[in-house]
Design a protein around this ligand. Structure first.
Ligand code: AMP
Ligand code: ZN
Length: 113
């Protein structure tokens, strides 16, 4: 399958890995939109939020748990951070392997653009 994040999971493209277990991997975003910007993804290929099924409930529940673990390790948890998942074109999704963005290190504005 020609999926960028599946290749990253397989070690075929490089990444700065922050956390990894059997189901989930977290790594630095290549084009950070804040002083801290990392992604948390399931290793299983799921294209978008619309493709989730009941089978995915466990792994999707892991994403915010891993996000907060990494945020604590990075020392950004207390000041705060934002978790974002973009879905399809209007949501601004560009990589069609589901991922959770974690952004921190500056005051983030609301509403997002
Ligand atoms: P989205 O626009 O929500 O689909 O987010 C995709 C994210 O993946 C963007 O923030 C990109 O900067 C990031 N990205 C794309 N390629 C890579 C890569 N090779 N390693 C790390 N992050 C990447
Ligand atoms: Zn994939």
């Amino acid at each position: 399958m020609d999926c960028l994040f599946c290749k990253l999971v397989a070690g075929e493209i490089p990444a700065t890995v922050l956390y990894e277990d059997e189901h989930v991997i977290a790594f630095e975003d290549i084009m950070p939109q804040a002083p801290e910007h990392f992604l948390v993804i399931p290793k299983k290929h799921i294209s978008t939020l619309n493709d989730l099924t009941d089978e995915d409930i466990f792994v999707m529940g892991m994403l915010p748990v891993v996000a907060s673990k990494v945020a604590k390790q990075k020392g950004i948890a207390e000041d705060g951070y934002r978790v974002v998942m973009n879905c399809n074109e209007n949501g601004g999704q560009t990589v069609y392997h589901i991922h959770m963005h974690v952004l921190a290190g500056r005051q983030l504005t609301w509403p997002p653009g």
